[in-house]
Design a protein around this ligand. Structure first.
Ligand SMILES: [Ca+2]
Length: 526
């Protein structure tokens, strides 16, 4: 680990300014406080777009206590600096083709209803599960556990465990017959974002919209308001955010419908920072991204999909210099997929473990996991990255994924943000797909010192991402049968630059209302 270059990452640079953007409310805006409140509480959904198109997936199908396959901590803690290693197995320990088929059948039978329903959009009903879904061999895991310091995560899709191990332990792992190979767990990092307390009444009477407050401009730019006006709020759509912790107690989440949460770093069921634990992490970035996607507080902050159902996964360890490790991210998206998540919104950072030639849509672990999720019907939205002016200079994984929607950042005057990572991928595909506001976004935060809620401004493609993710949820509410490639195509084909896509804006600034009215592209079955 000491070989890591100390390259600074900027995925989200918080910028603080002292006044709301000088925008006027849209005179066409006919959204009442009562209607929006009813929508947020799930008591009103009357959009002609949304009516009668699908069997609405019940939240009861997700057990709020649903836990991912929790790895067990075993063995004595090593004194030396631990290595984080992927242990890939040669197979799943099954005997012959009959054993494989039996295992796939058993796996399909235990898929959750909400997951089955979503997978059925992209796969034949008789083939909802495949061999990649089959759990790891328990016998193989039992061989690995006594040889390592700690098991960090498990991945059925990769047929691998990630472990913490000493160099001696790694050498012992390499001798196991069941091990096909070992690899380093790659790390990503963002620049630390110092959050300055601000006057919480800043928005005040000069806010551009009495309903949306300073959040008005970031939604109006991407034409979300007509969809709210039609009664769309993401209701019934299951959205997962992968991030550092989330300040669940913030007033902006009072009406949020949280159906499952898991802290992959500490292995517990609480994704909020524990202020009593000095070793616990910040929840500032996740609080911002969740509020941008699905927050709801009149006159302050409303996200596009404030009525959605949420899964929160804490996959970043802010105590570490490289807080985002790909094994937690992969385990997080695998878990969210199993619960039936329809949208995953996330932002990683720069990594100096990968090279640009790896950004080919099929190499990075996170990209492979994102591709897999998309192939199972999950819309994956990821930040393009903030690397335009940095040495890296390209998009970041998993934004290079084939069906991943990479989100770039623009400012309020529709200019590309100075930091927003440009495409293409290494294999020459245009990226990002689309853009949304990523400069001076209005976001929710919480003061660590006195735990008071406030709002401020922050910038980064990771703040454009949840705006796009929220719109994906609105499109899926309006069109329950849309596949990830159809959602992606609708967003791209109706965006501001669709006639001449390029590697700065991609297909341009999102137009949510136009995307919702777009004719669906032909469905692709896999
Ligand atoms: Ca926790």
């Amino acid at each position: 680990m000491s070989q890591l270059k100390r390259t600074i990452v900027v995925l989200s640079l918080f910028l603080f300014i002292q006044a709301p953007l000088p925008l006027k409310p849209d005179p066409q805006l006919k959204i009442s406080v009562d209607l929006l409140t009813a929508m947020a509480k799930g008591r009103a959904f009357g959009s002609p777009l949304a009516r009668g198109l699908y069997p609405r997936a019940s939240t009861a199908e997700v057990d709020p206590r649903a836990k991912p396959g929790a790895p067990a901590a075993v063995g004595p803690r090593a004194a030396a600096e631990p290595l984080h290693v992927w242990v890939y197995f040669r197979d799943k320990g099954l005997k012959g083709e009959a054993g494989r088929l039996q295992a796939v059948m058993e796996t399909q039978q235990i898929l959750r209803a909400r997951c089955q329903w979503r997978r059925a959009k992209v796969r034949p009903a008789t083939n909802l599960a495949d061999f990649e879904d089959v759990p790891l061999s328990a016998a193989y895991a039992d061989q690995v556990q006594p040889l390592v310091t700690r098991v960090r995560a498990v991945s059925r899709w990769l047929n691998a465990m990630s472990v913490e191990a000493t160099p001696e332990q790694v050498r012992a792992l390499a001798t196991l017959d069941c091990v096909a190979g070992l690899d380093t767990v790659r790390s990503f990092r963002r620049e630390k974002n110092p959050v300055q307390p601000m006057n919480r009444f800043l928005a005040g009477p000069s806010s551009p919209s009495p309903i949306y407050g300073p959040a008005f401009s970031q939604l109006n730019q991407i034409n979300v308001l007509p969809l709210h006006q039609q009664g769309l709020s993401g209701r019934g759509v299951l959205v997962c955010l992968l991030d550092v912790g989330f300040r669940k107690s913030h007033e902006v989440f009072r009406l949020a419908h949280l159906v499952a949460e898991w802290d992959f770093v500490f292995g517990d069921g609480d994704v909020q920072q524990n202020l009593d634990d000095p070793k616990d992490y910040s929840d500032s970035h996740g609080t911002a991204t969740w509020s941008l996607l699905g927050g709801f507080k009149f006159g302050q902050m409303i996200g596009p999909a404030f009525g959605a159902d949420f899964i929160l996964a804490r996959t970043e360890d802010d105590r570490s210099e490289t807080p985002i490790e790909e094994d937690y991210w992969a385990a997080g998206i695998e878990w969210a997929e199993s619960l039936g998540a329809e949208v995953v919104s996330s932002s990683l950072g720069y990594t100096d473990w990968y090279q640009f030639k790896d950004m080919d849509g099929r190499t990075a672990v996170t990209t492979r996991a994102a591709n897999r999720a998309a192939s199972l019907g999950v819309v994956v939205v990821n930040a393009a990255g903030n690397e335009r002016r940095n040495a890296w200079g390209h998009i970041i994984a998993p934004a290079d994924g084939f069906d991943v929607i990479a989100a770039g950042a623009v400012d309020s005057s529709n200019k590309i943000a100075s930091f927003s990572s440009p495409g293409p991928t290494y294999d020459g595909r245009i990226k990002p797909e689309v853009c949304a506001l990523g400069v001076n976004n209005w976001i929710a935060q919480n003061r660590t010192q006195d735990e008071s809620d406030y709002y401020t401004r922050g910038s980064g493609t990771s703040f454009a991402t949840p705006l796009v993710g929220g719109i994906a949820a609105l499109l899926l509410e309006a069109h329950r049968d849309w596949t990830p490639s159809q959602v992606r195509a609708a967003l791209m084909n109706t965006a501001g630059n669709a006639s001449s896509p390029n590697n700065d804006f991609g297909w341009g600034i999102v137009n949510a209302a136009a995307a919702a009215s777009a004719a669906p592209s032909p469905a692709r079955r896999r």
